[in-house]
Design a protein around this ligand. Structure first.
Ligand code: NDP
Length: 253
């Protein structure tokens, strides 16, 4: 029987890259999405073309009821959870200086980028503990960001949410180690997706002219997918709470 993964925000961008990499590595995948059903269906078809099972679940990760349904549907479809990838996330709709930024954007960013993955991890971890006799070495991965440690003064809400997610990863790694559940934080740099498309020219300049990413290219969703596969296929069994940079050397600046 194949292992089973949940990838939140699996319909587009980095999440899509993770889903396809996991399917290539022999995982059945629950492709979660917020509203883009067509994109999710397309990803699901590609999972099936790779010989694995796909199950699509619309669920808003910031809703407690939706998170519970996501877990219940995963267990209903595949009977097990070997891997949770907390990928779903949003950028602020408007970038605002730290002294002007409003609470509405802050609440949105915290609810989707931090509270959602925090409580989904809690829910899935409980399930992983319950299934311990039949499913060994399950794992949880959070997709944080270089913004977890880089102060961007015009999107403080995003930075604070990602820094919180990084700490949540440490906390769950420490708590779940005794249950044989390894937890990892993958920290992408600048990756070419819809999220960064809005500021493409700015990033082109930073990457190619200013060398902000020492490996002078855009990161691709597949780059993050490969890092997830590395931990999902047991290559780091004695490492937990590990931060894996997938940033083309951004952190070296
Ligand atoms: P995209 O905007 O390209 O894709 C976002 C994905 O998240 C979509 O699948 C979307 O679903 C889903 N999503 C959004 N809100 C929710 C929600 N409330 N509930 C469930 N799913 C939701 O983003 P990226 O692929 O660029 O980013 C993915 C993750 O990687 C995010 O956490 C982001 O912060 C992080 N990241 C991105 C970087 C980058 O350079 N792109 C760099 C570092 C980190 P739908 O298709 O239905 O809208």
């Amino acid at each position: 029987m194949s292992r089973a993964a949940i990838v939140t925000g699996g319909s587009r961008g980095i999440g899509r890259g993770i889903v396809l990499a996991l399917a290539g590595a022999g995982y059945d995948v629950v492709v979660n999405y917020a509203s883009n059903a067509d994109a999710a269906r397309e990803v699901g078809k590609q999972v099936e073309a790779a010989g694995q099972r796909a199950h699509l679940v619309q669920a808003d990760i910031s809703s407690a009821a939706d998170r519970k349904r996501l877990v219940d549907e995963t267990v209903g479809a595949f009977g097990r959870i070997d891997l949770l990838v907390n990928n779903a996330g949003v950028a602020p709709n408007v970038r605002a200086d730290l002294l002007d930024a409003g609470e509405e954007s802050f609440d949105r960013l915290i609810n989707i980028n931090l509270k959602g993955p925090y409580f989904l991890t809690q829910l899935v971890a409980r399930r992983m503990i319950e299934q311990a006799e039949t499913v060994t070495n399950p794992k949880i991965v959070t997709i944080s960001s270089i913004s977890a440690y880089t102060a961007s003064l015009n999107r403080g809400d995003y930075c604070v949410a990602k820094a919180g997610l990084a700490m949540a990863t440490q906390l769950f790694a420490a708590r779940l180690a005794e249950h044989g559940i390894n937890v990892y934080e993958i920290r992408p740099g600048i990756i070419e997706t819809d999220m960064t498309g809005a500021v493409k020219e700015k990033y082109d300049n930073l990457i190619f002219n200013e060398g902000i990413t020492p490996i002078r290219r855009w990161g691709q969703p597949e780059d993050v997918g490969k890092a997830v596969v590395a931990v999902a296929t047991d290559l780091l069994p004695f490492s937990t709470g590990q931060v894996i940079d997938v940033d083309g050397g951004f952190h070296l600046r």
